[in-house]
Design a protein around this ligand. Structure first.
Ligand SMILES: C[S@@+](CC[C@H](N)C(=O)[O-])C[C@H]1O[C@@H](n2cnc3c(N)ncnc32)[C@H](O)[C@@H]1O
Length: 311
């Protein structure tokens, strides 16, 4: 049964290990904060992925081939897709993101710059199964940059890839960027910038939760906590209670309750899995993609991959 967002949050915050899905980072403030994160010296993924795509523009376009529809998954500000328009030349661009107002403004701006490409902004939740029956026959290229795939648990990532492979109907493919395993210092610094932008991004999730559920999280009661968990090969982000705190959570068809946190208790807000090139490409093959082509940077910090769905 489909649950509403307040129901989903009610359930996750009262779970044995409380968590909030990272999709709740992205209200309007969260989307803007993420854009600032991408400008930080410590946050190498955006810069590195863009470098790889710039350095291999022609080879990527050749691998991708004809593109009837470019589907930008978790499009954000749409900047990375717009850099591909001149080389990939999509006939149609569909930007999908959960952050509705932010997405619509970005696509409206882009449409002015590229009036000859048909564009559509679609506010959807990518954690639900995807289907595109209206463009079943068209050659689709899914674009999933920014290592957003790192937010999916490995089994969920497998399901997501299988869903995309199926939606290609034997024609098209997936152009994806993924963050690679590297030295822990680089990883930890990327999620613990000294300016505190990632901390603000993490804390802002509580404001969004307050807005959606009517809860009363006070930001002063919580602090950002992020670290690389080597055994799971993932960065974990949490919010840690600074002292004992009780938060009221109004019901949404469920009973209102107060949740008690002790000083040091955690709310898990994000996983960002880091892959090896072999491990990642193997996942794509298992999902039904083939003819993989990969590009990386000199330090091998990030990987861009085109996975073909052609039969
Ligand atoms: C890490 S940012 C990447 C943004 C952009 N694609 C880039 O590479 O810079 C993740 C993007 O995915 C969106 N997003 C996160 N979870 C989502 C979900 N469940 N459904 C739809 N969009 C989601 C966010 O709003 C955000 O724009």
């Amino acid at each position: 049964m489909k649950q509403t967002l307040p129901q989903e949050l009610h359930r996750s915050l009262t779970a044995d290990v409380p968590f909030i899905s990272p999709k709740f980072f992205y209200d309007d403030i969260g989307s803007h904060l993420f854009d600032v994160i991408t400008l930080l010296e410590e946050y190498y993924p955006t810069r590195t992925e863009q470098w790889i795509m710039d350095a291999n523009r022609a080879a990527i376009a050749k691998a991708v081939g004809d593109c009837d529809v470019l589907l930008d998954l978790g499009a954000g500000n749409c900047a990375k897709a717009s850099q591909l328009f001149n080389s990939i030349k999509p006939k149609q661009y569909r930007a999908l993101d959960i952050s509705k107002e932010y997405l619509e403004a970005a696509v409206a701006d882009l449409q002015k710059q590229f009036p000859y490409i048909a564009m559509r902004a679609e506010a959807i939740d990518l954690s639900l199964p995807l289907a595109f029956p209206d463009i079943a026959e068209r050659r689709k290229i899914f674009f999933f940059p920014g290592s957003s795939i790192g937010n999916y648990d490995p089994e969920k990532a497998d399901q997501f890839f299988a869903n995309l492979a199926q939606e290609c109907h034997g024609n098209g493919g997936l152009l994806i960027g993924v963050d690679l395993v590297k030295d822990h210092e680089t990883l930890n610094l990327a999620y613990n910038d000294p300016l505190g932008v990632t901390a603000a991004f993490n804390l802002n999730i509580l404001l969004n939760v307050n807005r959606i559920t009517g809860s009363h999280f006070n930001l002063h009661d919580w602090e950002h906590y992020a670290f690389f968990n080597e055994s799971q090969s993932r960065i974990e982000m949490h919010l840690r209670a600074r002292s004992d705190v009780t938060v009221s959570l109004p019901g949404d068809g469920t009973k209102e309750r107060a949740i008690a946190f002790k000083a040091g208790d955690l709310i898990h807000t994000e996983n960002s899995y880091k892959y090896t090139e072999d491990g990642f490409t193997e996942k794509l093959r298992r999902a039904g993609f083939g003819n993989l082509q990969t590009w990386t940077d000199p330090k091998k910090h990030f990987l861009v991959c085109f996975a073909n769905a052609n039969k």
